[in-house]
Design a protein around this ligand. Structure first.
Ligand SMILES: Nc1ncnc2c1ncn2[C@@H]1O[C@H](COP(=O)(O)OP(=O)(O)OP(=O)(O)O)[C@@H](O)[C@H]1O
Ligand SMILES: [Mg+2]
Ligand SMILES: [Zn+2]
Length: 493
């Protein structure tokens, strides 16, 4: 029956939420590890990190084979993912920092400051200066001295010297920056740019070097990239960054090109693929480019994709149709069933009618691994993961008579920032654990479980012991705020 091995085709694992996708993926990881594969998991919710604690059950030889890489400063991880700020296009930095698409002047400031720092790094050789912090220091210098800022002052502030050529190049960029504040736009532009650069600095992700790929990819190992607590834009950038490097390292190996190389095939497990690989017409993500490339050419270079999603109708159809093998578990939404049928050559309507009726743990397998669609029952897994089983709607109605949407709007008002319905739903599962809520001179504080959380109301800022100070409120912050609203501590009318 096994005409091909699993890992020589792209695979899609598709099911409605709570129908066993991650379970299936964990079984796949167990099998792949036993075969010696190199696995990279993109884990937006930090669900896979529990694999590490249970890995000994798979055998003592796997004890040091799970590497958790957190992309946030505070998430669970053995290593922190890092991105070299100077190698990122300033436009992307602006996106990640949350600069609105239309704010072209702020984007221009960020571009100029980035160019200036890059020039200084290039001509001085002082690599360690290539950070958001240096960019902020440049802005501070210009704000302090306005149009009389000199390049020598900037260099002194950064503690670095340049040769004549470098000095001239840097001076030219600085001049453009000064011209900007001389004109009518005034200083507020620099101040705004600084706000966004501080957000960037707070992420802790952007520095003057990138995490080496050989810390991520190892044979017979699974690297889990924990993206929990990061905004969509940051997640997108990390996924784009790491997948681009993995793909390039494989191309370099196969084509015998210079640069970073990796000598073994890599399986990339992409959870919540609809976040990263939406059709271009819906929302264009950075990562879609590299995901499409891997979907199209990855097999040639030994990069295999496992696309996991509950919304196949929201995944780029080209990406989906490249997944020749599919594991389809229970899927209730008719549009999603249609998307699956249209991406597959072997699934017919008869099987389509079966899909919504599957039980948890049952699935249909199609593709080169089986000549005919096969109905399967999944085996037990060995490893643990952190899926949550709470019935959110029930947990919520037991809690309050406020509707989710009403609550979302209330929290948005209090925090003066956009709050996604999704994070509200996540927060609701935490609301039972909120305690010690108090409001004192504009500071709302309390605990979510054992986590201390604070919201400074006047400043629109917040902090959480687990998530740090994310610039989009984390579920802990939202849970605390929601509880305060519910208890009547904050009024939102
Ligand atoms: N084959 C199985 N046998 C027994 N229980 C299962 C099986 N598959 C899944 N479950 C249970 O069903 C629940 C949901 O599974 P899982 O977390 O894998 O779903 P999911 O599709 O990844 O959900 P989400 O969309 O929330 O990520 C879990 O509690 C899990 O223990
Ligand atoms: Mg899951
Ligand atoms: Zn938090």
């Amino acid at each position: 029956m096994h005409r091909h091995e699993w890992a020589q085709e792209h695979l899609a694992i598709i099911a409605s939420t709570g129908s066993g996708k991650t379970w299936t993926s964990v079984i796949l990881i167990e099998e792949l590890l036993k075969k010696g594969a190199t696995i990279l998991v993109i884990d937006p919710h930090g669900e896979y990190v529990h694999i590490k604690n249970s890995i000994s059950r798979l055998g003592p030889q796997f004890l040091d084979k799970v590497i958790i890489i957190s992309a946030s400063e505070v998430g669970v991880g053995d290593l922190r993912y890092k991105i070299n700020t100077m190698k990122v296009q300033p436009e992307i930095l602006a996106d990640v920092a949350g600069v609105p698409r239309g704010a072209s002047k702020i984007r221009y400031v960020i571009y100029l400051v980035h160019t200036l720092v890059r020039t200084i790094v290039k001509y001085s050789g002082a690599k360690q200066l290539g950070t958001p912090d240096s960019m902020i220091r440049v802005i501070n210098e210009v704000l302090d001295h306005g149009a009389s800022t000199s390049i020598d002052r900037v260099l002194r502030r950064l503690g670095v010297v340049l040769n004549e050529e470098g000095r001239a190049k840097a001076e030219k960029v600085l001049k453009e920056l000064e011209d900007l504040i001389d004109s009518k736009t005034k200083k507020s532009l620099l101040v705004s740019a600084r706000v966004y650069l501080r957000r960037l600095r707070r992420l802790g992700l952007y520095t003057y070097w990138s995490l080496p790929l050989d810390k991520v990819l190892r044979p017979s190992s699974v690297a889990i990239v924990n993206l929990a607590g990061l905004s969509d834009e940051v997640q997108d950038h990390v996924v784009y960054h790491i997948l681009s490097r993995v793909f390039r390292a494989r191309v370099n190996h196969v084509r015998n090109l210079p640069g970073s190389r990796y000598p073994f095939p890599v399986v990339v497990i992409l959870e919540e693929a609809h976040r990263f690989a939406q059709p271009r017409t819906v929302r264009s993500t950075l990562s879609l480019g590299v995901i499409s490339r891997i979907a199209g050419e990855g097999r040639k270079f030994g990069v295999y994709l496992v696309v996991i999603t509950q919304r196949p109708s929201k995944v780029d159809p080209d990406v989906l149709s490249q997944c020749n093998s599919q594991v389809i578990l229970r899927l209730v939404n008719q549009r999603d069933v249609m998307a699956v049928l249209s991406a597959s050559e072997v699934l017919n309507e008869e099987l389509g009618r079966l899909i919504p009726m599957l039980d948890v743990g049952e699935g249909i397998v199609v593709g080169p691994i089986t000549p005919l669609p096969l109905v399967i029952r999944l085996r037990d897994r060995v490893l643990d993961y952190g899926g949550s089983d709470i019935d959110l709607s029930k947990a919520w109605t037991a809690q309050s008579d406020l509707g989710i949407e009403e609550l979302r709007r209330g929290v948005e008002k209090v925090l003066s920032t956009r709050v996604g319905a999704r994070s509200v739903v996540e927060a609701i599962s935490l609301i039972n654990d909120v305690s010690d809520v108090s409001l004192d001179t504009g500071v709302l504080s309390g605990r979510v479980g054992n986590t201390h959380v604070e919201v400074r109301l006047g400043e629109n800022s917040w902090s959480c012991e687990v998530c740090g100070s994310p610039y989009e409120p984390c579920p802990h912050v939202i849970a605390l705020t929601a509880k305060a609203i519910k208890n009547g501590l904050l009024r939102v009318d």
